[in-house]
Design a protein around this ligand. Structure first.
Ligand SMILES: C[S@@+](CC[C@H](N)C(=O)[O-])C[C@H]1O[C@@H](n2cnc3c(N)ncnc32)[C@H](O)[C@@H]1O
Length: 206
């Protein structure tokens, strides 16, 4: 199948309402990722800012914004129809239409959340380093989930099936990339319940 930019494909998905299926499909895994952020923020006991990178229709931004300690939650996505939908649902929080990796935020965050975004980049390792160096405050955490990786064999047909390039890495390669990017306290687990396949990595900027 012809390969298209991911943001073009997801723009079409939003127009066809397929963002809602993604939201349902990712909910169990994302709940574990949000729990991680909630526990860390409760331990810290101070207000936090968070960004959801590749936010789709913004459903995670709205969950983060409901946290008692959240003072700012913003969503970034390169698909215009996703951002339009997010803005039509929610006028309280900020949604930014921007293509990664070229966009740089003008502030730093306590948490970066990202679900099913990173492998759409040609060089996800570089993005991890930029997240660490330029997007996170000292002490902040990145929490990133992906379903497409070498050990998840069912996912290996997705680039052809969806018609989008994907950076396919092993779990070990991802672990090296997180460490090389400068993150400390790097951990990973498989999220999503009994049949879950989401590879979640977390790491802190010291
Ligand atoms: C699989 S969807 C996941 C959406 C959302 N995180 C969720 O869980 O429902 C991937 C999202 O990443 C966005 N995306 C992919 N590549 C991107 C890029 N280079 N810059 C900005 N957004 C991108 C797409 O537009 C899409 O909304």
């Amino acid at each position: 199948m012809e390969r298209r930019p991911a943001t073009d494909v997801f723009h079409d998905w939003a127009l066809r309402g397929k963002d809602e299926g993604m939201e349902r499909g990712h909910a169990l895994s994302v709940a574990e990722m949000i729990d991680f952020i909630s526990v860390k923020s409760e331990q810290r006991g101070t207000n936090f800012s968070a960004v959801d990178v590749g936010c789709g229709n913004g459903w995670v931004v709205r969950i983060l914004a409901d946290n008692q300690f959240c003072q700012q939650a913003i969503g970034i996505d390169g698909a215009a129809a996703m951002i339009n939908k997010a803005k039509s649902i929610d006028s309280e929080n900020q949604y930014i239409l921007a293509e990664l990796p070229s966009y740089t935020p003008n502030e730093k965050f306590d948490y970066i959340h990202s679900m099913e975004f990173l492998y759409y980049l040609a060089e996800p390792e570089k993005m991890l380093k930029v997240f660490h160096d330029d997007w996170l405050k000292d002490g902040g955490w990145a929490v990133i989930g992906i379903d497409h990786y070498m050990e998840n064999e069912d996912s290996l047909s997705w680039p052809e099936h969806v018609g989008v390039n994907m950076a396919t890495r092993t779990i070990n390669q991802w672990e090296n990339a997180w460490n090389d990017a400068g993150f400390d306290n790097v951990e990973h687990w498989i999220a999503g319940g009994e049949d879950g396949v989401t590879l979640v990595f977390v790491g802190q900027k010291s």
